[in-house]
Every structure is written in structure tokens, then in C-alpha cells.
Design a protein around this ligand. Structure first.
Ligand code: PEP
Length: 249
């Protein structure tokens, strides 16, 4: 872990129903979590209200996506204003499932981030390479291009957490080694230093995501430039998620 406050986010994706979500919330409310860690969970949109009404204030609520601008005639979309109204503090943007399954491109995601920040939603900005890009030696190039698109739209990085999530590690059980993750985190921090500022490079948290679980989290958390985690599958189990939150100590 680096200098910023450790951050752990749970991305529930398109999982859960009223009953299983109420069980998960109860488990999270019972779990012991270190004070010195920022924690957020991202339920599916339609369960945000249920979670907001039952989850401890210790844990922030995040959305998994939002519309690129002000609400209006955009069927099926949810705006940043609506998320704030429903008690969200954070939004995950640029998740690889939205980039590669839904087809969102770098510029669209950058614009979403700028709009969300303008409405006082904090942003978990996701980047990461696909397996073929890693094998072709293009990991840094892909991550920097995704970073550039965020930088083209964002004016302040104060409310941004960057999540490095190699696509080959998401939901596959194939976690990056601590060294593989650390290498990219250092490169992204260096990119921030060269392209934004030394201050932003040292104060922006860079978290890792991709098959993090209760067993592999503490080795990853020891890395100097890993400032937390974005957790998918293991965030659906309250006690295991708490283990990941507490892995920094
Ligand atoms: C994610 O979806 O952000 C993620 C990291 O998923 P998993 O932990 O299941 O690999």
C-alpha cells in the first residue's frame, strides 16, 4: 500500500435479488472493518435505494455506471443527478465489461467521468489491457491511452480513484501477480507525473482489480503502489469482502 488512504470497492455487477441483497447487507453491517480504509459497494441501480436504507453509513454507495450528461430523453439511462439524489457518493466508469461487452469507447467514458465529477459524484476510473494486448507487449500503451482519454476531459483528479483491472484477470480466477500489478501501477503513477503533475501522481489512489479474494489480497496489498482494490466476485460474500478491506493492516 502506498501513501493515500486504502480504498476497497465492491462491484456487485448484475447480481442479487431483494433477499440475497438483504443478507449481504446484514453480513456487511456485522463485519469488522478497519477504520482507516475507504469502503464502497456498487449494487445494481434498482437496489441502490434498498441498500442505502439498510447499509451502515460506514460504507459508501457507488453506482456501476451513469449517463454521460444531464438527464432527459435518454431511455434506459440513469443520470449523475439521480445517483446523487439516491445517496450515491461514487460511480464506477470504464469498467471493462462496459468497454468490451457494451462497446463504450475511451472518449465517451472520459466525458462521463467529467460530467459525474461536475455533479459531485466521485469516480472510480477503470483501465486495463486485454490478454492479447498484454501478450503483444501493449499493456502500457493501452493503459496510457485510456488514461489520456480521462485526462482530456477531467480537470481535477481530487475525487478520482484509478482502478487498474487487467481484463484477463477479471472474473477468471487468474489474479495478476503482485509484481505484475505493481509494475503497471508504477507506470500509471509515472504517467500521471509526466502528464498531469507530481502532486496528482502522489495523491491519486491506484487500486487493483481482477480476481482479488480473501487469500491473495494481503500479498497484493503489500505492494508500494497498490492503494486498494476493486473486487467483483468476492464482494458478494460479506466476510470475505471484510477480509479484503482489512488486508492493508
Ligand atoms: C471487477 O469486476 O471489477 C472485478 C475485479 O471482478 P472480479 O473480482 O470478479 O475479478
Amino acid at each position: 500500500a502506498g501513501t493515500g488512504k486504502f480504498f476497497v470497492g465492491g462491484n456487485w455487477k448484475c447480481n442479487g435479488m431483494k433477499d440475497s441483497i438483504s443478507k449481504l447487507v446484514a453480513d456487511l453491517n456485522d463485519a469488522k472493518m478497519e477504520n482507516d480504509v475507504d469502503v464502497a459497494v456498487a449494487p445494481p441501480f434498482i437496489y441502490i435505494d434498498q441498500v442505502n436504507n439498510s447499509l451502515t453509513d460506514r460504507i459508501d454507495i457507488s453506482a456501476q455506471n451513469c449517463w454521460v450528461g444531464k438527464g432527459g430523453a435518454f431511455t434506459g439511462e440513469i443520470s449523475a443527478e439521480q445517483l446523487i439524489d439516491m445517496g450515491c457518493k461514487w460511480v464506477i466508469l470504464g469498467h471493462s465489461e462496459r468497454r468490451h461487452i457494451i462497446g463504450e469507447d475511451d472518449q465517451f467514458i472520459g466525458k462521463k467521468a467529467a460530467y459525474a465529477l461536475s455533479q459531485n459524484l466521485k469516480v472510480i476510473a477503470c483501465i486495463g489491457e486485454k490478454l492479447e494486448e498484454r501478450e503483444a507487449g501493449k499493456t502500457f500503451e493501452v493503459c496510457f491511452q485510456q488514461m489520456q482519454a480521462f485526462a482530456d476531459s477531467i480537470t481535477s483528479w481530487e475525487n478520482v480513484v484509478i482502478a487498474y483491472e487487467p481484463v484477463w484477470a477479471i472474473g477468471t480466477g487468474k489474479v495478476a501477480t503482485p509484481e505484475q500489478a505493481q509494475e503497471v501501477h508504477v507506470a500509471v503513477r509515472d504517467w500521471l507525473k509526466k502528464n498531469i503533475s507530481a502532486e496528482v501522481a502522489s495523491s491519486t489512489r491506484i487500486i487493483y482489480g481482477g480476481s482479488v479474494n480473501g487469500s491473495n489480497c494481503s500479498e497484493l496489498a503489500k505492494q508500494e503502489d497498490i492503494d486498494g482494490f476493486l473486487v467483483g466476485g468476492a464482494s458478494l460474500k460479506g466476510p470475505e469482502f471484510a477480509t479484503i478491506v482489512n488486508s492493508v493492516t
